[in-house]
Ligand binder design. Structure first.
Ligand code: PLP
Length: 391
């Protein structure tokens, strides 16, 4: 393993920088700005790889911020990353740039479903999906994950009766936020078969695909279930892997010609075109330097996870084994406390801003999600505070 190139221990002040995670924690969670710990929004308290800053410095040095042209190098960098890191061969013309993946999800819903349609979510799951579905006047069809041996599993057979003729799409989060699962190829195939059985478009949001714990490996949906590409939309982004969320850039990758034409037409109709900062950044980090950085990041997060998991020593608390993502999903159910009592102890007593589980849909009650992509000293402090609040 290579020597660390990044000092992930460095505590960088983010307050006062229009940073959602820190600057909004008082407004949203009433956690005090001066001594609270922000562990909610899924961005990291680390600087991205130096190659990202170098790219922006080159733009700054030139000093002109005009329209971006010629996406060949950008698309080649995506193609390189998917081959090199995910063993997934894509063609440059399969890639659409969107303003991030919430936008990508919204564009998929807009293109491939109609108002009133049902859209399957395997809940609990990343909360913005349900928000976008409801705002687009579609219906969320909740297919609940089951917990077996302390981890989430898909109970695919039990979902069949939940699907009606107006259910047209399923959104899978792979790896899973908030449960931290890396779905196995068999599980991915079962989702693909389910979508075929019910004639659903399958949107596979793989934004967390690079954030995999040592010892696990993520399999892209088209590799697990190649026969599903005629109904498959893949979504990836550099923003989650490299802490560039403010660049709001994401990729919707569609192999099937007919789906791609429909999506391209909708993008055209809505006048969506990429932001040049996002493209420069993506090209910079999809590189050997970016690869070293993300490997070291996950080793560091794994160290944070081990420290954080000691909260499972407290009666009634259990952190789900984290196979991917830097988001710990903690069950407080066995404490017998209500959601209001749990949130009072986490937010008021421990002064930690963390995502309350019920916001992730059915099954999230009794859970809280904690973001571990922060310097270790903060994780240690958060653990001490939680131990005081729940012992
Ligand atoms: C599964 C998933 N999709 C999408 C997003 C957000 O994507 P973006 O910032 O590109 O809109 C997140 C952020 O946490 C996420 O977890």
């Amino acid at each position: 393993m290579s020597e660390p190139i990044v000092d992930f221990d460095e505590v960088i002040e983010r307050r006062g920088t229009h940073c959602a995670k820190w600057d909004l924690m008082e407004q949203i969670y009433q956690v005090p700005l001066d001594n609270g710990i922000a562990m909610w929004v899924a961005d990291m308290d680390f600087r991205p790889p130096d190659v990202a800053r170098d790219a922006i410095e080159r733009m700054l040095g030139h000093g002109i911020f005009g329209y971006y042209g010629d996406e060949r190098a950008y698309r080649a960098s995506i193609q390189w990353w998917m081959t090199r890191r995910h063993n997934w061969q894509i063609e440059p013309e399969w890639v659409f740039s969107t303003h991030g993946l919430v936008n990508g999800t919204a564009l998929c819903i807009d293109t491939f479903s109609s108002p009133g349609d049902g859209i399957v979510l395997f809940t609990p799951v990343y909360h913005a999906f349900a928000r976008v579905i409801a705002a687009a006047d579609r219906r969320v069809v909740e297919c609940p994950l089951t917990e077996n041996g302390g981890i989430y599993e898909l109970a695919i057979e039990s979902y069949d009766p939940l699907i009606d003729a107006n259910t047209t799409m399923a959104i899978l989060c792979s790896p899973h936020n908030p449960g931290g699962r890396v779905w196995t190829p068999d599980e991915l195939r079962s989702v693909a078969r389910f979508c075929r059985r019910h004639d659903l478009i399958l949107v596979s949001d793989e934004i967390h695909h690079d954030l995999v714990m040592p010892g696990y490996s993520h399999v892209p949906m088209p590799l697990a279930a190649p026969e599903t590409v005629d109904r498959l939309v893949m979504m990836t982004a550099v923003t989650k892997s490299f802490n560039l969320a403010g660049a709001h850039t994401g990729n919707v990758i569609i192999e099937d010609d007919s789906l791609r034409r429909r999506f391209g037409k909708r993008i055209e109709a809505l006048g969506v075109s990429p932001n040049s900062f996002g493209l420069y950044l993506a090209e910079a980090v999809y590189s050997p330097e970016g690869a070293v950085w993300v490997d070291q990041l996950m080793q560091y997060v794994d160290g944070n996870r081990r420290i954080f998991d000691t909260i499972s020593e407290l009666p009634g608390l259990r952190s789900m084994p984290l196979e991917a993502t830097y988001l710990a999903w903690v069950s407080f159910k066995a404490t017998g406390l209500t959601d209001a009592q749990i949130s009072r102890r986490v937010l008021r007593e421990a002064r930690i801003a963390a995502n309350l589980g019920y916001t992730f849909g059915s099954g999230g009650e009794g859970y809280v999600r904690f973001n571990l992509a922060t310097p270790r000293s903060r994780v240690v402090e958060a653990v001490e505070r939680l131990k005081r609040a729940f012992s």
